[in-house]
Design a protein around this ligand. Structure first.
Ligand SMILES: C[S@@+](CC[C@H](N)C(=O)[O-])C[C@H]1O[C@@H](n2cnc3c(N)ncnc32)[C@H](O)[C@@H]1O
Ligand SMILES: *[C@@H]1O[C@H](CO)[C@@H](O)[C@H](O)[C@H]1NC(C)=O
Length: 152
């Protein structure tokens, strides 16, 4: 049910990006196949986004798991760092960045980078995420850019 005061029709623009072909979802636009590690992808995103910037970047990207926990963890942290490196081009000042990680030894690197660029960084484990899964989310809000480099 819709909470009181919630708009009766959808507002905003949702753009999905994936390496794989994604089955169409009503109300969303997709760029796929597209690889976020390809430098051309942020340009393509900019071309599609109305207004040229996103209010929220939300990622549940993951590499194909090899089963080697440390390797999978390192790869996912790298992927999140790559996505984070796109924020100066595509994220609105004061914007939000949410990404999925698998817990491990390199999480502090991502956390440190997020803390440099966002006013508020939280680590969250939503109820919908299975307890036995190592899945952990980083929620960063109030984007400021590197050392406040983004024009407000
Ligand atoms: C856990 S699945 C989530 C898929 C989708 N968001 C969903 O909920 O069904 C992780 C997705 O990350 C995508 N992915 C992994 N590496 C990527 C990359 N470098 N660029 C774009 N997508 C990537 C995979 O293709 C895969 O579909
Ligand atoms: C995962 O494997 C599938 C099937 O081989 C492939 O199409 C896809 O690109 C792979 N995803 C990643 C992130 O490497």
């Amino acid at each position: 049910m819709r909470p009181p005061g919630y708009p009766s029709s959808p507002v905003g623009f949702v753009l999905g990006v994936d390496l794989l072909h994604i089955f169409p979802v009503e109300g969303a636009t997709f760029l796929c196949p597209a690889d976020v590690t390809d430098p051309r992808t942020s340009q393509r995103i900019l071309e599609v986004l109305p207004g040229g910037r996103a209010d929220v970047i939300l990622s549940d990207m993951a590499p194909n798991a090899t089963g080697f926990r440390d390797l999978d963890h390192d790869r996912l942290i790298s992927l999140c760092l790559t996505l984070l490196s796109m924020t100066p081009d595509i994220l609105q000042p004061r914007g939000t960045f949410l990404c999925k990680t698998w817990a491990g030894s390199q999480s502090h690197r991502l956390q440190r980078r997020l803390t440099e660029e966002f006013q508020n960084v939280r680590i969250i484990k939503p109820e919908a995420s299975r307890k036995e899964s190592s899945e952990v989310y980083f929620l960063a809000t109030q984007y400021q850019g590197r050392k406040g480099a983004v024009k407000q």
